[in-house]
Every structure is written in C-alpha cells, then in structure tokens.
Design a protein around this ligand. Structure first.
Ligand code: ZN
Length: 131
C-alpha cells in the first residue's frame, strides 16, 4: 500500500471537522460518541487511508466508551507508537504509519493474551463487514 502524504488543507477537504481534529491534530472524541459499530465479523480500517488496522475478533468492551482492541489486526498492520507527554501524563500514542493519522493510545491494562488495551477513537476507524 502506498504511503499517503497530504497537506492539512487536503485532509480538511476529505475529513469531517471532528475526524480532522482527531486524526491530524491528535484530538480525542467524546467517550461513548463513536463506539456503536456492529458486532459482525469484519475489519477496522484507517478512515484516512483505508489501511487495515484492527479486527473485530480482537475488540473488547473496556467500558471506557472508546473502541478497544487487544492488538492490531496483523503483525504487519501499520500501527505505530510514539511517546505522548501531553496533559501532564506519559502515554503511548498510536497512529497509522501509512498516513500518519492519530488513532488513540495503548495502555498496559488490557486482557490476556496481550495485556494491552488499544483505546482508539471510533471516528478514526472505518468498519468494513466481512463479505
Ligand atoms: Zn492511515
């Protein structure tokens, strides 16, 4: 998949204001605002570039109001991490390495087998049912 490199103005043209704020400005959507995806089998793709990021089978209800996953869809899924020191906390930020979209954060308090909780903004995800 080709890497995508667009300017902010180009992203603004194709994204909703909230999606732009979250993915290009490292914003956070309100909890319980975008966690209403169907529970049917499928994959969660990057809203910005369409890359496959997460799988329904790894999704769990963390009760936090954001879609939560135990791991990326595949070992080579373009899910990258960086250190986020904003808001007086040290957190691990998660982004799409294919287009640079901010997705959310990953925390070490998830369920087995990974013990990880990928806490992702639903507005940054495009769910596609398995056909
Ligand atoms: Zn992407």
């Amino acid at each position: 998949m080709d890497k995508i490199d667009k300017t902010d103005d180009e992203w603004r043209e194709v994204l909703s204001p909230l999606a732009f704020e979250v993915t290009r400005r490292r914003g956070t959507e309100r909890p319980f605002s975008h966690d209403d995806f169907p529970a049917t089998p499928g994959r969660f793709h990057c809203l910005c570039c369409g890359a496959e990021l997460f799988d329904q089978s790894d999704k769990f209800d963390a009760g936090c109001g954001w879609p939560s996953f135990t791991r990326p869809a595949a070992s080579d899924a373009p899910v990258g991490e960086s250190t986020d020191l904003s808001h007086g906390m040290q957190r691990t930020e998660v982004h799409c390495t294919n287009c640079g979209a901010h997705l959310g954060h990953v925390f070490p308090d998830g369920p087995a087998p990974t013990g990880l909780r990928y806490c992702i903004n639903g507005v940054a995800l495009d769910f596609r049912e398995e056909s």
